[in-house]
Design a protein around this ligand. Structure first.
Ligand SMILES: *[C@@H]1O[C@H](CO)[C@@H](O)[C@H](O)[C@H]1NC(C)=O
Ligand SMILES: *[C@@H]1O[C@H](CO)[C@@H](O)[C@H](O)[C@H]1NC(C)=O
Ligand SMILES: *[C@@H]1O[C@H](CO)[C@@H](O)[C@H](O)[C@H]1NC(C)=O
Ligand SMILES: *[C@@H]1O[C@H](CO)[C@@H](O)[C@H](O)[C@H]1NC(C)=O
Ligand SMILES: *[C@@H]1O[C@H](CO)[C@@H](O)[C@H](O)[C@H]1NC(C)=O
Length: 942
């Protein structure tokens, strides 16, 4: 039975254009290799001491341990530094170690810089608020302050408020957070550290050391300098008591364990991250939450950090990770470890409220009756330019009383306008200055003509409220207030009430929190949220939650509260929801089961291209199953046995799937099975340099998969019936289950070389008013046939252009400590490598040219090209589709200094789904020849 077509009409045309994607400040963390350091994983019963002894006695490799990673059931290993490589270059050393029977795997160590997302920096100086003083006294957590209803918008959006109303707060569960630590002295975060406190445990992997120093671990994960972890902690478990804004975290009844993985600069390493996940796991954390990731290694589930995260999840411990803030980069960008198998990768949705910290002013009103003046009322404002040095107190006067006006003070003010020199002139900001040809200086001039000096704009919409600039001689002060404030004042003036407004001087401004509803982008995917899927077409992300414009706690020393945006703000809420599910459902947490429930009960989102909401759903590779719905997840009576349908690419296409609908309720339920589509998007665009991965917004194509279903009876006393041609209907008795077969026909008529990614949802609606979804995702085309490197994207480079063949370079004397600096792209021989796709392995080898030199080419590239060996710093592994540059500094990876002479470089990249032992699975390109001499004339030779 086919059911497609029926729903297609709803989705008529969805050709999509969108504004420029998220800005670069919201993109991923960055990473750099740590020379000569590795993480090794041993087989279960092998000892590290034996391993170090073996490589020393058998191969002469001398090492020093950097960090033990324990010997848990999921990982037995450590990181170490090579003190003496005994002449083995990096890849050979790794190969050698990898082939030892005791060794399961080996990876290089790299530094990781925290991806902090975007902070909505307060535009006014931060005056510490009275309740935000550092509290030294310890007190236990107060987890059942459920007296007042939860009105925190991120909770209303995700049904958390409904669970809080039932006193479900995550009691009995501990959530480990891998972050910058926590300011547990914050009054809303329990005020203390240790057993009995909200932050009941943890570890500091980095220590309080000066910038650039080696880590000095200690037991205290206090964060007074970075803030990110303190914000995350508040989203999970902020207490209402001690919180001047009254919000709580998603799971205020849960306990926190804080593992501090970044120092005050936001720098850590993959060894610390792997070690922190393992430590949290061994210390028995119920849930592991991490708001960071590495973008440069996006999309690989077997990258070491992602691998460990995935293994923890596979033991049943939920691992909740932010999906990344690289939305602008387009698809195939889930950062590691969000890319881990079984890891819940969380996308970010815009808060429906826009909480903004602005300057706080006051006003009084006088309605003339009984000369009865009101007390001070607070209003919030943005200080504009100019802004007065001295405090002002002025009577308010409005240019007009039409709060829909688009032309306030755009033309000269009428003759009967009073002298404005001692008035605060209120006017509405102009929505489209170009259309009305009315700019702030025009308005300023018209007000100035009546003597006015002080202006107060009110914004024309909630999302347009910002600073205003009026450069007109004689205008001394400009502020701007929210639309509702402008409307309230206009209404008072209309009633003949006199309003007196005080504007504080710059130095004594205090902050006030103003929350505005956002009906434009609220509830829709944030443009910065990273897109999936993984390179092997594993669906990513899994789920979405509010992550843009989130109010939470911040270190007391840094102002106590902050509004921040990023997937970092989205994943802690989901971690809290898992604790709520755990408390409500009872029993042990089960990562796989909870993932299935969360996914099935979440709410798909409308597709929003940055401009308009479309009549089609947001793609699975952007938001997973959609917005998390905590109440529905807790009370779900219907379960599926899978979280998603993975269709793979054309080479590995899986057309037929089955899934089980399990009715855990005691009553019979009838389910209507249907199909909901999302836009099909090309991963690649054609450019002058060939097909490249497209950044967001990707081009879409109006072609979708067709799904057909055949419900099947597979147990006695259960019946299934197919009723109409529009959809499948199946009735399942209480306690029973039924299997549904799904057959998928991929989108037709699409350009397969541009790798269209298609996705959508099987919808399952029950007579119990459950609205469940099962996401699916696939690609038309061959991931393996898509080149990683192309002839136009690999060349000996002079900045961005190809260098001439046989160019001659004079280099500094080879020095392993030399790091290329900006400008070296024009001075040093270097190969530019524009990766079109991600790759598990990218090698650069050096080939000696000339009769004499060629005799030294005794090594081989992966495809058998004779060469001298790998270039220093190479190979690289688990790469996203980024540009890389390989600098020739006269050194090989093993430290060999090359003599002056002629060379070329050869790049080899392994294709997606490629087998490293098969030559055809590698893309290989070489540079033109070049020659080098050293500035000191000669170079030592070995
Ligand atoms: C909420 O649950 C806690 C722990 O079970 C209990 O102590 C508290 O009284 C409950 N509060 C309400 C309002 O029911
Ligand atoms: C707005 O101003 C106009 C002209 O001054 C006046 O006629 C009208 O009644 C006012 N409307 C309100 C709602 O105050
Ligand atoms: C505000 O602070 C600045 C810098 O601290 C100072 O120079 C200035 O005089 C202050 N202004 C007022 C009005 O206090
Ligand atoms: C797609 O197929 C390849 C090759 O069999 C496999 O390695 C990969 O895991 C598959 N992807 C998914 C998401 O199942
Ligand atoms: C998939 O299912 C359809 C319909 O049940 C069947 O005709 C087809 O042979 C199946 N394809 C494969 C590859 O099993």
């Amino acid at each position: 039975m086919r059911i497609s077509g029926v729903f297609c009409a709803l989705f008529a045309v969805a050709r999509v254009t969108a504004k420029a994607a998220a800005d670069a400040s919201a993109s991923g963390g960055s990473a750099a290799w740590v020379h000569g350091s590795y993480i090794v994983e041993l087989e279960a019963n092998e000892s590290l001491a034996d391993f170090y002894n073996a490589i020393s006695s058998e191969h002469g490799i001398k090492t020093e341990e950097r960090m033990s990673m324990g010997s848990s059931k999921i990982f037995n290993g450590a990181s170490f530094k090579v003190l003496d490589s005994a002449g083995h270059d990096a890849p050979k050393l790794m190969d050698l170690i990898a082939t030892k029977p005791a060794v399961k795997a080996i990876w290089p160590v790299r530094t990781v810089t925290l991806d902090v997302g975007k902070t909505e920096e307060p535009k006014t100086p931060t005056a510490p608020s009275p309740s935000a003083q550092k509290r030294q006294d310890s007190h236990a957590t107060d987890d059942d302050d459920s007296s007042s209803p939860d009105t925190f918008m991120p909770h209303l959006m995700t049904q958390i408020d409904r669970l809080h109303a039932l006193n479900i707060t995550g009691k009995g569960f501990s959530i480990a957070m891998m972050d910058s630590g926590v300011d547990y002295t914050h009054p809303a975060l329990g005020g203390c550290f240790g057993p009995g406190c909200l932050v009941e445990g943890g570890w500091d992997f980095v220590g309080d050391v000066p910038k650039g120093s080696e880590p000095a671990p200690d037991a205290d994960p206090y964060d007074g300098c970075f803030g990110h972890g303190t914000h995350v902690a508040g989203t999970i478990a902020a207490q209402a008591a001690g919180n001047q804004y009254g919000f709580t975290g998603a799971a205020p009844g849960a306990k926190l364990r804080s593992y501090r993985c970044w120092n005050c600069d936001g720098v850590g390493s993959n060894e610390i991250l792997v070690a922190s996940f393992l430590r949290a796991f061994e210390e028995g954390a119920d849930i592991i939450q991490c708001s960071n990731g590495i973008y440069e290694e996006a999309g690989w589930a077997d990258e070491p950090w992602a691998l460990v995260a995935g293994r923890i999840a596979q033991t049943g411990v939920p691992v909740i990770v932010s999906g990344g803030n690289s939305g602008g980069r387009g698809m195939f960008s889930p950062s590691t470890p969000a890319s881990g198998l079984g890891v819940e990768s969380v996308a970010a949705v815009q808060n429906q409220n826009d909480p903004i910290f602005v300057s706080s002013g006051s006003y009084t009103t006088d309605d003339g009756q009984d000369n009865n003046k009101s007390a001070d009322n607070v209003y919030g404002f943005f200080a504009g330019t100019p802004y007065p040095a001295k405090a002002l107190s002025l009577q308010l006067w409005a240019v007009g009383n039409d709060t829909e006006s688009v032309t306030d003070a755009c033309s000269p003010l009428p003759d009967d306008t009073p002298d404005l020199s001692d008035k605060l002139v209120l006017l509405r900001s102009v929505p489209d200055a170009r259309a009305s040809n009315c700019y702030p200086p025009d308005q300023g001039q018209n007000i100035r003509a009546k003597g006015g000096k002080y202006m107060a704009y009110y914004a024309y919409s909630n999302t347009s409220w910002d600073e205003e600039f009026v450069y007109v001689d004689g205008i001394e002060s400009v502020i701007s207030v929210a639309p509702h404030q402008g409307a309230a004042w206009i209404e008072m003036l209309g009633r003949g009430v006199q309003v007196n407004v005080s504007i504080p001087d710059k130095n004594s401004t205090k902050q006030v929190l103003v929350e505005l509803e956002d009906h434009e982008t609220g509830g829709l995917a944030a443009d910065f949220t990273s897109w999936g899927p993984n390179w092997d077409l594993e669906p990513k992300p899994q789920i979405a939650s509010p992550g843009a414009r989130i109010l939470s706690t911040y270190p007391v020393a840094m102002g106590s509260y902050r509004v921040m945006s990023g997937t970092s703000m989205a994943s802690p809420l989901v971690a809290g929801v898992i604790a709520l599910m755990g408390e409500a459902r009872g029993g042990k947490l089960d990562s796989e089961l909870f993932g299935r429930i969360l996914s099935a009960t979440s709410k798909p989102l409308p597709w929003f291209d940055g401009k308009t909401k479309a009549d089609i759903l947001a793609p699975v590779q952007q938001v997973g199953s959609g917005l998390v719905q905590a109440y529905d997840a807790v009370f779900a009576k219907t379960l599926f046995d899978v979280q998603s349908l993975r269709l793979n690419d054309t080479d590995h296409f899986v057309a037929n799937h089955t899934f089980t609908i399990q009715n855990t309720g005691s009553d019979e339920a009838t389910y209507e099975i249907g199909h909901m589509k999302a836009p099909t998007m090309y991963a690649k665009i054609s450019t002058l340099r060939g097909d490249m991965l497209a950044g967001y917004p990707n081009p879409t194509v109006d072609s979708w998969a067709e799904l057909s279903f055949s419900p099947d009876v597979f147990a006695e006393n259960q019946r299934a019936n197919v009723c109409t041609a529009l959809y499948s209907v199946i009735t399942v008795p209480g306690g029973g289950s039924a299997q549904v077969a799904v057959t998928i026909v991929p989108p037709q008529g699409v350009n397969a070389t541009r790798l269209p990614v298609y996705s959508g949802y099987v919808s399952v609606n029950s007579t119990r008013a459950e609205h469940l979804v099962l996401p699916y995702l696939g690609v038309v085309g061959s991931m393996h046939s898509a080149p990683v490197l192309t002839s136009t994207g690999v060349f000996l480079a002079n900045y961005g252009s190809p260098a001439d063949a046989n160019a001659s370079y004079t280099l500094p004397t080879p020095d392993p400590a030399y790091e290329p600096v900006p400008g070296d792209e024009g001075r040093l021989p270097n190969m530019l490598l524009d990766l079109v796709m991600g790759t598990r392995q990218l090698h650069v080898h050096v080939v000696a040219l000339g009769e004499e030199g060629a005799t030294n080419n005794t090594m081989k590239t992966p495809t058998g090209i004779p060469c001298l060996g790998p270039l220093a710093g190479w190979p690289m592994r688990y790469l996203a589709a980024l540009s890389q540059r390989a600098y020739f500094l006269g050194l090989l990876a093993d430290g060999t200094v090359l003599p002056q002479g002629s060379y070329k470089m050869v790049a080899s990249a392994l294709r997606i789904f490629g087998d490293e032992t098969v030559a055809e699975d590698w893309d290989v390109f070489e540079t033109v020849p070049f020659s080098v001499q050293y500035s000191n004339g000669t170079a030592p030779s070995r």
